[in-house]
Design a protein around this ligand. Structure first.
Ligand code: DX5
Ligand code: ZN
Length: 217
C-alpha cells in the first residue's frame, strides 16, 4: 500500500493535490503541534475539509502531545486511521481504545531511536505500527535504514500469527529506498517528497507500488 504524505503538497490547493494522487491507498496527513515536534502543520478543521473532497481513506499521523485529548476527535470526524506516538503518552492502550471506540483504526508510531521491544505486548491493541525512518517533523530527510529491524521483528510476529496489524514506514521513502523496506516486511509506505516532488504524482505512486511488490515477492 502507498500512502502519499500531503506534507509535501501545496497547502493552498489541498483538494487538487489529493485528486492528483487518485489511485493511492491512503492519504497520509501529518498533524504537528510545534510541541511534540519543532514544526506546525494542520489540525482537525483541515482534516474535516479533506474528508469532504476525497474518498481515499485518511491516515492521520499525530505528532502531538496529549493524544488522549486530541486523537479521538479525528476518529469521530471520519479518519480511517489515527496514529499517535508512543513517546507522547503514558497510556497508549487507553488512547487506542478511545480511537477504536470512536470508529477508526488505531496506530502506534515510534521515533527512530525508540525501541520496539517495550511495546510488543501492547501491539495487539493496534491496527497499525508506524515505524518512523526519519526524525518526525519535516519532509525530505534521508532514510534511516537501521529502523528496519523493528519492521522485521513485528513482521515475524505477524507472520507467526501472534499479532494482526499492518506495518507502515514513514520518512525518506523513495525509488531508491522502498525496496529495502519492502524486503523487511513493510505493508504500507508513506512517501511525501518522492510523490509530490514529481510532476505525475499518480504515475509515481504506481511505480513505487510496483517496486515494493516486486521486492516483497
Ligand atoms: C515527517 C512526516 C512524514 C513526511 C515524510 O515527520 O511524518 O510523513 O511527510 O516525508 P518524506 O517522504 O519526504 O520523507
Ligand atoms: Zn507522517
Amino acid at each position: 500500500m502507498i500512502a502519499p504524505s500531503i506534507l509535501s503538497a501545496d497547502f493552498a490547493r489541498l483538494a487538487d493535490e489529493v485528486r492528483a494522487i487518485d489511485g493511492a491507498d491512503w492519504v497520509h496527513v501529518d498533524v504537528m503541534d510545534n510541541h511534540f515536534v519543532p514544526n506546525l502543520t494542520l489540525g482537525l478543521p483541515v482534516v474535516e475539509s479533506l474528508l469532504k473532497v476525497t474518498d481515499i481513506p485518511l491516515d492521520c499521523h499525530l505528532m502531538i502531545t496529549d493524544p488522549e485529548r486530541w486523537a479521538p476527535p479525528y476518529a469521530e470526524a471520519g479518519a480511517h486511521n489515527v496514529t499517535f506516538h508512543a513517546e507522547a503518552t503514558d497510556d497508549p492502550v487507553a488512547v487506542a481504545r478511545d480511537i477504536r471506540a470512536a470508529g477508526a483504526k488505531a496506530g502506534l508510531s515510534v521515533k527512530p531511536n525508540t525501541p520496539i521491544e517495550p511495546y510488543l505486548e501492547i501491539l495487539r491493541n493496534f491496527d497499525t505500527l508506524l515505524v518512523m525512518s526519519v526524525e518526525p517533523g519535516f519532509g525530505g530527510q534521508s532514510f534511516i535504514a537501521q529502523v528496519l529491524d523493528k519492521a522485521r521483528t513485528v513482521r515475524r510476529l505477524v507472520d507467526a500469527g501472534e499479532l494482526r496489524l499492518l506495518v507502515e514506514i514513514d520518512g525518506g521513502i523513495n525509488m531508491n529506498t522502498i525496496e529495502q523496506a519492502a524486503e523487511a516486511g513493510v505493508d504500507c509506505f508513506v512517501a511525501g517528497s518522492a510523490v509530490y516532488g514529481t510532476d505525475d504524482r499518480a504515475a509515481t505512486v504506481e511505480i513505487l507500488r510496483k517496486k515494493a511488490a516486486t521486492a516483497a515477492s
